[in-house]
Design a protein around this ligand. Structure first.
Ligand code: HEM
Length: 168
């Protein structure tokens, strides 16, 4: 997060609502990761699959995936449809799409294989954290882009002496 605040960045000023959207996605992903941690730490998935107990915790995790999916997909589509978006933001949004897809596949596979394949569960946790990281970096850069657009005055190409207009 500190790194993405400090790297040199010259915004293009076209981010619009993307900073808000990415921050919302960060919130949804954070909560979803917490719900996932709860499922794993309580062994709810094991219990639910074996003796049909503790299923509610697991269902909460499935339900929590919906807002996370909606916000990330909306962010990816809007980024894709924003002309002149900074290449760094475009690159991060593409990574968010790839990681989301991977995460969903891993979640379904973990469940389908009855949590028997350990590396799948570990990868599900790792990709969940990476997706959150990508969205945090996207948000920090998008907010920087937005604040540059609102605080830096536009470059004057024609001197005011030639236009006769007073500088604002
Ligand atoms: C954006 C979507 C998702 C995120 C960010 C996410 C994140 C996580 C995280 C961080 C954990 C804890 C892993 C651990 O501590 O070992 C977890 C556990 C789990 N997730 Fe997800 N998850 C998502 C979607 C899904 C989906 C769609 C499914 C299945 C349909 C799923 C099934 C599971 C299961 C079964 C566990 C428990 C694994 C265990 O008990 O070791 N997840 N998830």
């Amino acid at each position: 997060m500190m790194g993405s605040r400090l790297i040199p960045y010259q915004g293009t000023g076209v981010v619009g609502r993307l900073p808000w959207l990415s921050s919302t996605a960060v919130g949804c992903l954070y909560l979803q990761n917490l719900l996932g941690g709860l499922v794993a730490s309580q062994g709810s998935a094991h219990q639910c699959l074996a003796v049909a107990q503790g299923c509610q915790v697991m269902y909460n995790h499935f339900g929590g995936a919906i807002p996370a999916i909606i916000t990330v997909i909306t962010l990816v589509i809007l980024s894709w449809r924003t002309p002149a978006l900074h290449p760094r933001l475009r690159f991060l949004s593409q990574w968010a799409a790839i990681l989301l897809l991977l995460q969903l596949l891993l979640g379904v596979a973990t469940l389908y294989l009855n949590l028997q394949v350990v590396w799948l569960t570990v990868a599900h946790q790792g990709i969940g954290a990476s997706l959150l990281g990508v969205l945090v970096v996207f948000s920090v850069i998008a907010w920087r882009d937005r604040s540059q657009a609102t605080h830096i005055p536009p470059i004057r190409t024609i001197p005011s002496t030639m236009t006769g207009l007073e500088p604002s």
